[in-house]
Design a protein around this ligand. Structure first.
Ligand code: ADP
Ligand code: MG
Length: 710
């Protein structure tokens, strides 16, 4: 087919007498099929390591017990994979490398159940479009084997008889010989050999019944040499070394409830003694090596929250699922997957990991990172923010005493999954679609890939993304994150249980009085009581909906007893409950379903946001707030002036330490809960690019240049 494309001059729009030749559009031609195939093949086989992965999977599928890999020039010159599997029949050799030829499925239904792995029968074909492929194979009971070479999907000549040992050897030479740009960029980048070694290590610890070896061409020794064993731990020891194997805990989780999730998981995770520079996550789903970013980040969150010093773990996990529950949604060779009921599965796995890590740590002295829930409830009556403790104690349970806060938050959670298909309400779908469609891709990249440096002040965090520094408003960001989470969890909330139900009228009164303090307004108490009564009535009327969709539980007597969990591992500031209730009464538009859901989600989002604590920040001007008021000026004889000999500079120690802990707790949560969760879940709306939520403060490149000049 003719590949030349006619050169075509730009059309001059001003020309008064148009030249008919110029009017003609450039002719559209079908691309040469080989070119199309090459482009497609380049997508399946992106780099040498992806070819190795396909070849090894084929060898495993062929029932091999021994697979050896030889690599020359990072795989660009040669990749050779030899196995002792069942081999390939002589009569199949001619079509072996045609597209969509496979021995692994035949019916359409088969395809449905393994479609998850994508690109069936495409790997070998793809390799022949981007490299020179030679196959040597022998099947059981044959005296000799055959060798054939392939190009562009076609066998080049009749298979030649040759001597062969059991199994198949596939050789790819000169990978990307016909893709100059790809070849060049791969030659420039660090070569793929370390990636190939890493890949084989991963296979070796999952397929423990197979011996794997990997060697660089010309090297005397193999870089991986695993020996088949019945013990996974032995396999990990032989591949990753004693230092990894001795610091592992075994884990297991499963669920078998079709309305919830169906899966089995087992694996090994590193303990608090394991220290590494980066996370190693080896994940097999239905025996296929895959990546699942959401699960990986969820595990990172658990480590950061539980073992901050060992927060780059080693994880090996094998998950078994009904095949139709897996969806491959990113690149076929990367095998990034998402799972049906992913959130439920991830949550289950998280909680198993968390309790395992905590238990393993019990005997050690363990630096508690989160303030226990019971400490979040204020008990000091002088505390200006402490008036709620009468209502808002989280139910004390035996686990709550002394042990970790995460565990105790969880123990106070009552699982209330609602199996009803409420999420197909169109208004919710519309709202979530709006989130997707207004997502700002650049900000998404920043949020997803930035590193958190620290808090610049009470509201702005300093972030680095590539060579740029940004200030990001954590209050705005967390409001948006929580809003989005409320919509995602719609009708599927877990709950925080209040130990003593709180009467709505009292909560609303508190909120109204708080507003008075802020605005110097002074509505009389009768009016406030009237408002409180009316709002209580209003909320009571909507109680069923609030419970079912939003996990806010108000009983018939108008007492609040449960709140939704919007973000795991995070308990909101209970002092802001009155504000939430007042918002529900005042700010929600109950007439239009969509606006109603939107405003409720926003109210819950505001409640959950990482607002600055109500106590002023003591590390700054706020400190003066904690100085004791001299007794002489205290005429009402309240407790703050009770010390007769108080000097002006004396500090309310208890209040101060409470404030310090609230602020450091918040900062810790911003780093270890908010940012990891934003990476996972936040879709920043376009408005954030211009409303001051993100402010670019510096380009490091420019700074370096300035430093250089100095
Ligand atoms: P798929 O693995 O999706 O079937 P491939 O293109 O990777 O597609 O392989 C095509 C077919 O070639 C396989 O279905 C299998 O029958 C055969 N094959 C490939 N590699 C081997 C091997 N190492 N041993 C035996 N058969 C193989
Ligand atoms: Mg294959």
């Amino acid at each position: 087919m003719d590949m030349e494309i006619e050169s075509c001059e730009p059309i001059d729009m001003e020309e008064s007498t148009p030249n008919p030749a110029h009017r003609e559009p450039p002719s559209i031609r079908r691309l040469d099929e080989a070119v199309v195939n090459r482009i497609a093949a380049g997508e399946v086989i992106q780099r040498p390591v992806s070819a190795v992965k396909e070849l090894i999977e084929n060898s495993i599928d062929a029932g091999s017990t021994s697979i050896s890999v030889l690599v020359k020039d990072g795989g660009l010159k040669l990749i050779q994979v030899s196995d002792d599997g069942h081999g390939i029949r002589y009569e199949d050799l001619p079509i072996l490398c045609e597209r969509h030829t496979t021995s692994k499925l035949s019916k359409f239904e088969d395809l449905l159940s393994i479609k998850s792995m994508g690109f069936r029968g495409e790997a070998l074909a793809s390799m022949t479009y981007v490299g020179h492929v030679t196959v040597t194979t022998i099947t059981k009971g044959q005296l000799h084997g055959y060798r054939a070479t392939y190009k562009d999907g076609v066998m080049e000549n009749e298979p030649k008889a040759c001597a062969a040992v059991k199994g198949t050897q596939i050789m790819i030479e000169n990978l990307f010989y016909n893709m100059a740009a790809r070849r060049k960029s791969l030659q420039n980048s660090a070569d793929d050999y370390p990636k190939i070694v890493d890949l084989i290590c991963r296979f070796a610890i999952h397929h423990t019944n197979v011996n794997f070896s990997c060697r660089k061409h010309g090297a005397a020794r193999a870089d991986v040499n695993s020996v088949a064993t019945s013990s996974r731990l032995d396999a990990i020891r032989s591949v990753y070394g004693v230092s990894v194997a001795q610091n592992l805990l075994s884990i297991e989780a499963s669920d078998d409830d079709p309305s919830n999730s169906v899966f089995e998981m087992d694996g090994f995770i590193s303990n608090s003694n394991y220290a590494a520079k980066k996370i190693t996550m080896v994940l097999f789903i239905n025996d296929r090596l895959v990546e699942c970013g959401a699960l990986k980040r969820a595990i990172e969150i658990i480590y950061a929250a539980t073992l901050p010093k060992a927060s780059k773990p080693f994880i090996y996990m094998s998950i078994k699922l009904p095949p139709e529950h897996i969806d491959v949604n990113v690149h076929p060779t990367k095998r990034e997957v998402s799972l049906l009921n992913q959130e439920v599965i991830i949550e289950k796995i998280q909680s198993v990991l968390e309790s395992k890590l905590r238990n393993s740590n019990e005997s050690r002295t363990f630096q508690e990172q989160k303030v226990p829930v019971r400490k979040m409830v204020r008990t000091d009556s002088q505390d200006p923010a402490g008036r709620l403790h009468a209502y808002l104690q989280v139910k004390p349970s035996s686990q709550l005493q002394g042990t970790s806060s995460l565990a105790s938050v969880r123990s106070s959670i009552r699982q209330r999954r609602n199996p009803r298909e409420t999420a197909d309400l169109t208004s919710i779908q519309e709202l979530t679609r709006e989130i997707d469609s207004s997502c700002h891709s650049e900000l998404l990249d920043i949020v997803g890939n930035c590193s958190y440096i620290g808090m610049a002040d009470d509201v702005f965090a300093l972030l680095q993304h590539n060579t740029h520094l940004y200030l990001a408003n954590v209050v705005n960001l967390s409001k948006e994150l929580m809003y989005q989470q409320v919509l995602r969890r719609f009708a599927h909330f877990s709950a925080i249980q209040l130990s003593d139900p709180a009467p709505l009228p009292d909560l609303i009164m508190l909120a109204l009085k708080e507003q008075d303090l802020d605005s110097e307004g002074n509505e009389n108490d009768d009016l406030k009581e009237k408002i409180a009564e009316m709002n209580t009535e209003l909320i009571k009327q909507r109680a069923e909906m609030l419970e079912e969709y939003f996990g806010i539980y108000v009983d018939q007597n108008g007492n609040l007893s449960r709140l939704p969990i919007v973000l795991d591992q995070y308990t909101p500031d209970m002092d802001r409950v009155p504000e939430l209730i007042l918002c529900l009464g005042n700010d929600v538009n109950w007439d239009d379903e969509k606006i109603c859901f939107q405003t409720i989600a926003a109210a819950i989002g505001n409640f959950y946001a990482f607002n600055p604590p109500l106590l002023p920040n003591p590390s700054g001007d706020g400190l003066q707030f904690y100085k004791k008021v001299p007794s002489t000026t205290s005429e009402d004889g309240n407790a703050s002036g009770s010390a007769d000999d108080s000097k002006e500079e004396e500090i309310e120690q208890e209040l101060l330490s409470e404030a310090e802990s609230a602020w450091s707790q918040r900062e810790w949560s911003i780093q270890h809960v908010l940012f990891p969760s934003m990476r996972l879940f936040l879709k920043p709306p376009t408005s954030m690019a211009t409303n001051g939520t993100f402010v670019k403060v510096a380009s490091l490149e420019k700074l370096y240049k300035i430093f250089e000049r100095c």
